[in-house]
Write a protein that binds this ligand. Structure first.
Ligand SMILES: [Zn+2]
Ligand SMILES: [Zn+2]
Length: 96
């Protein structure tokens, strides 16, 4: 099992937006709603979830990747880490 390496790599790459357990941003206009950190939409508490990687609060509707259990922003990084893992050994850093 090497997928833990991929997750470690993602954890290092991801910029922490919020700490775990930090509260989501409240919508000041409607007391019982919270702002999605990605699409900026307002959602009820149970419609949002906190990403375990970056700590963003995101809506399950638009910005949550169920398969990877990460927000849309981090899921891209996870996919990248996984593909890098599969071609390990080849140093290919073209965009630098
Ligand atoms: Zn969203
Ligand atoms: Zn995230």
């Amino acid at each position: 099992m090497r997928s833990k390496d991929a997750f470690d790599r993602v954890m290092k790459t991801v910029t922490k937006i919020r700490e775990q357990g930090e509260k989501p941003e409240e919508d000041i206009y409607s007391m019982d709603k919270f702002i999605c950190d990605l699409c900026q939409g307002d959602f009820k508490k149970k419609e949002i979830t906190q990403c375990g990687f970056c700590g963003r609060w995101i809506c399950k509707e638009n910005c949550w990747d169920k398969d990877l259990r990460a927000c849309e922003s981090c899921s891209g990084l996870i996919k990248l880490a996984k593909s890098e893992e599969s071609k390990e050994g080849q140093e290919n850093e073209e965009d630098r």
